[in-house]
Design a protein around this ligand. Structure first.
Ligand SMILES: [Cu+2]
Length: 199
């Protein structure tokens, strides 16, 4: 009798655990956008003019204000000078910014977007620039030409980075399901115990 009841309790606990696990695994299914390709390619050497820098993601980039203001796309040299010439634009899975590069050397692209799931995602990649001799080189700018948008996107990133990757709603849902299942298990075990007492 006792062994059978224990077995039932274990089965019920396994069921609860399994269901809770399923919910937990299902929650992060809304993964963050990740980079699929870049222009220039990451780690490549550009030996011709680079009129724009582009980053393509696996999923759409959110642009809630429809003006690219929550997107950052900056191109800097080793000295930290900026060579993007305006604010970035967002088009589906692509973000791009016009550029006028300076001297030959290493350039770093810094990007920050709002992922399809509403979370900010950011990253950097580098490429080398080796233009043909005689190519005019831009002087670059000490400050980002799209300064305002940097601040806005930064604020969005800060506010979201404080929260966990699982939203509070999901957590409350999981806790609710587990509590409900635990209650069901208790009721079933109590009933079974009473039945075995009656018998
Ligand atoms: Cu996310």
């Amino acid at each position: 009798m006792r062994g059978r009841r224990l077995g039932g309790a274990l089965a019920a606990l396994t069921l609860v655990g399994g269901l809770a696990g399923t919910v937990l695994v299902a929650a992060p299914a809304s993964a963050h956008d990740y980079v699929v390709s870049t222009t220039p390619k990451t780690g490549s050497t550009a030996d011709a003019a680079v009129p724009k820098v582009e980053v393509t993601f696996d999923d759409v980039v959110l642009d809630p204000q429809h003006d690219g203001s929550t997107t950052v796309l900056q191109v800097t040299d080793a000295a930290g000078k900026h060579f993007e010439t305006s604010c970035p634009t967002v088009s589906g899975r692509d973000i791009s910014v016009p550029t006028a590069l300076g001297a030959a050397g290493a350039y770093t692209v810094t990007w920050r977007i709002v992922s399809a799931d509403g979370h900010p995602v950011s990253g950097t990649f580098g490429f080398a620039y080796r233009p043909p001799s005689g190519t005019t080189s831009a002087a670059g700018q000490a400050a980002a030409p799209c300064g305002g948008s940097t601040a806005k996107a930064g604020a969005a990133a800060d506010s979201a980075s404080g929260s966990s990757s699982v939203s509070p709603g999901v957590v409350i849902g999981i806790v609710g399901v587990v509590v409900l299942l635990a209650a069901v298990v208790v009721v079933l075990l109590t009933r079974r115990a009473r039945r075995s007492l009656d018998a």
